[in-house]
Ligand binder design. Sequence first.
Ligand code: NAP
Length: 245
Amino acid sequence: MNLLEGKVAIVTGATRGIGKGILESFVAQGATVIFTYISSGSASEDLVNKYGDKVIGYQSDATDFDAAYKLVDDVMEKFGQIDIVVNNAGITKDNLLMRMSHEDWQKVIRVNLDSAFNLTKAVLRPMLKQRKGSIINITSIVGITGNAGQANYAASKAGMIGFTKSIAQELGSRNIRCNAIAPGFIETAMTEKLDQKVVEEWRNNIPLKRGGSPEDVANACLFLASDMASYITGQVVSVDGGLHM
Ligand code: NAP
């Protein structure tokens, strides 16, 4: 099946982890993917070497409002359409509130939440003209449940959910859908830094008894990006092995 044949997608932060998984599943289903990164130049080159003209790597800081417009302008000039946007770039700077610096609060909000505003705003005009589009925001179950030691991250991800539902309401009449995916514990570079004992405990608490893979998230993203989800908007799809029900 080529679910995304002829479609053009932008995926932010796709040099590794979940973003890379999304890129790979989109390409496998026929899409052309423009992906961003900030410092992983060599990982970006590897992807371009592997997938040729089906992917374009673009060094673009997701926190930069003007850079989002430049990205969209460049993609429109080259392809004349943008069908899918996945706001995936994200970071953690965990600490208890007592020890959390103002800088770490702001950095996480900027990378995780401002970034979604920046690119969604930039892509609005072309999608409105096309009268179609699918915007997918990668939030987290932590944005639904909260998490001690992640007040900044949880706030940014909860913000993304409110943003998603609002955009879905504003743009539904123009056939632009906006959904969120809330991954649970997905094993990527972001989670490699964690204490392995804690990781084992997490796995045991998950009904499906394993951490998720980038591919698990990518499969949900593929569905929401495709026309198979043409009547689905404003939803938060959890991909968490049943952790949050
Ligand atoms: P990751 O492995 O750390 O990868 C993050 C990606 O984002 C990298 O490609 C990175 O590129 C890029 N990036 C970071 N800051 C950026 C910026 N300012 N502008 C553009 N790109 C930037 O992360 P991940 O675990 O795959 O997570 C991806 C998303 O899923 C995040 O939004 C995260 O919050 C969410 N999530 C993850 C989990 C999990 O368990 N892993 C669970 C729930 C939600 P550079 O290397 O060039 O910086």
